[in-house]
Write a protein that binds this ligand. Sequence first.
Ligand code: PGA
Length: 247
Amino acid sequence: MRRRVVAGNWKMNMIPAEAAAFAASLCDGLKETDAEVHVIPPFTDIAVVADALKGTDVFIGSQNMYHEDKGAFTGEISADMLNGLGVHSVIIGHSERRTIFSEDDTMINRKVVKALEKGLVPILCCGESLETREAGNVSEWISGQIESAFAGVGENDASKVIIAYEPIWAIGTGKVATTGQAQEVCHLIREKIKELYGEKVSEDIRILYGGSVKAENSSELFDCPDIDGGLIGGASLKPEFLDIVNA
Ligand code: PGA
């Protein structure tokens, strides 16, 4: 049985005082869940959020990291720095990083490999644009993203990765994929993992859906056989996050 995951990606929101207060308000609700919850604030809020969530089993995540160990990389944050703050997981290859910050498949693969080497859990994002969907190329696109992100990742490490399928057209737009669309692509991802690593890894790996997940659509999405939880953006900044965790 795969343990369910709900991860809240706060994106570039909240100063430390706001983050601490909001995390504290979630604390009691998060103590009661069986799900694996990741709270993923901006770098500058990680320390205060970790402190506010002490006493819960919640994991703290980071929204990004750089693939080099140290050195002249102004503005970047290394895996060791995240480990030093007690961070557990790191989002890699979010579509906002790919499009706004021009991260390509090679860089994303390097980050996945480095995160695993340093004991961090990559939450690897993949997803297609509306254009790709309308051209009928979803399967090819997603397979390509998965294959390149996992290059050089061994069988022992592969199932540690959490994959998030996030159709770009559904992120922050209020346009959620239908359960049929979400399940179809999550299944395809599992099949791709099977092709790369075999049955056992494909059955163990967790695959999340992300893109306009809300309290009201979460149970239906999480009931799909290949969807093991969600990566939540906008709704993770509201008390509603607890309803999604409970779903
Ligand atoms: P959203 O974002 O829930 O606001 O659509 C999801 C994400 O970008 O991870």
